[in-house]
Design a protein around this ligand. Structure first.
Ligand code: ATP
Ligand code: MG
Ligand code: FE
Length: 338
């Protein structure tokens, strides 16, 4: 089964061709980072217009690189939420047009479910139930996955998402956008015990997160240095901040696995590309005898291969969307609105 996947929820225009949810024939990711960089974040109107300019050529590139034409596609999958409404609409319209024109099934995919399924490209039959730590630019969720396509939200952030905290701290450090990869790189050169930034564990047994405290602590620290005229050691700040965030993420993911008696842990979302998070979770899961599954770093951030993979499992269940499918900017994981 060959599925064409389309992803336009934020600032990546991505189209992929994936066979049987496992074999990536192409995965074109056209990032708009340069366009948004000068604003320090994604500008929704610009993102939407850029998607519109790019979508047809990215579809063409994906088919070319996969060396197939439209007639060989069995279904078209598209992200219809959550995300920026104008950005989503471009992908949804393209997906619907292709499905209608070729008379093939349309599959509507939740962007966060796509992030989860980035894991399944390499691991099509993981051992359920699974605890998945979803950490991205807009989400920080701990999810229990009892079987394919079923999700129980165990906890999430009460303020900033993990990726958002990385981006904001990078900004005050004068690093570029997106900030996660920059902090990750700089942190490798610093001492993570240099500065004691706070870790928010919230109430006992809570699987919720909070990252606004650690973010504010970094800002206050930088202001204090400036007032006192003390030079800032940026690698130390980056390393200490990254350590504070990763400690809480790893502790809570392992706590969830214990609480729900699961043997498999998955990482998903852009922050899953973080080197310390991957290393630390891998080290500590191994001690506990848990299986850790992570997507390769390139499949952690937004891409259409993960959308086509999630769609393959919906295809097997004949879970198709009608051609009236619309963008749903606030779509929740586990709910379908079509
Ligand atoms: P969402 O998926 O919640 O809708 P999004 O699609 O904007 O949000 P992703 O593309 O999944 O988010 O991830 C982007 C985020 O991941 C950014 O906040 C970025 O800084 C962060 N990120 C990417 N690489 C790393 C890294 N190595 N370390 C930490 N954070 C990272
Ligand atoms: Mg992005
Ligand atoms: Fe994303």
């Amino acid at each position: 089964i060959t599925i064409l996947g389309i992803e336009t929820s934020c600032d990546e225009t991505s189209v992929a061709v994936v066979e049987d949810g496992a074999k990536i024939k192409s995965n074109i990711i056209s990032s708009q980072i340069e366009v948004h960089q000068k604003y320090g974040g994604v500008v929704p109107e610009i993102a939407s217009r850029k998607h519109l300019e790019l979508i047809n050529s990215v579809i063409e590139q994906a088919l070319d690189e996969a060396v197939i034409d439209f007639s060989q596609i069995n279904a078209v999958a598209v992200t219809y939420g959550p995300g920026l409404v104008g950005a989503l609409l471009v992908g949804v319209a393209a997906g619907k047009a292709i499905a209608f024109g070729l008379d093939i099934p349309l599959i509507g995919i939740n962007h966060m479910e796509g992030h989860v399924y980035a894991n399944m490209l390499d691991h099509p039959s993981p051992q359920f139930p699974i605890i998945c730590l979803v950490v991205s630019g807009g989400h920080t969720d701990l999810v229990l996955i009892p079987s394919h396509g079923n999700y129980q939200l165990l906890g999430s952030t009460r303020d900033d998402a993990a990726g958002e905290a990385f981006d904001k701290v990078a900004r005050v450090l004068g690093l570029g956008y997106p900030g996660g990869p920059q902090i990750d790189g700089l942190a490798a050169l610093g001492n993570d015990k240099a500065i004691a930034f706070p870790r928010a564990y919230l109430e006992e047994k809570s699987l919720d997160f909070s990252f606004s405290g650690v973010k504010t602590a970094v800002i206050n620290y930088l202001n204090r240095c400036k007032q006192k005229g003390i030079p800032v050691n940026k690698p130390d700040v980056a390393a200490s901040f990254r350590r504070a965030v990763v400690d809480v993420l790893v502790d809570k993911a392992l706590q969830a696995a214990e609480l729900f008696d699961t043997n498999t842990i998955m990482l998903a979302g852009g922050v899953a590309a973080n080197k310390l998070l991957r290393d630390e979770l891998s080290y500590r899961s191994a001690i506990l005898g848990l299986d850790l599954i992570t997507p390769p770093p390139i499949l952690c951030t937004d891409n259409a291969a993960m959308i086509a993979c999630a769609a393959y499992f919906k295809y097997l269940r004949h879970d198709f969307a009608p051609l009236t499918l619309n963008a749903v900017p606030g779509l929740k994981l586990g709910e379908d609105r079509y």
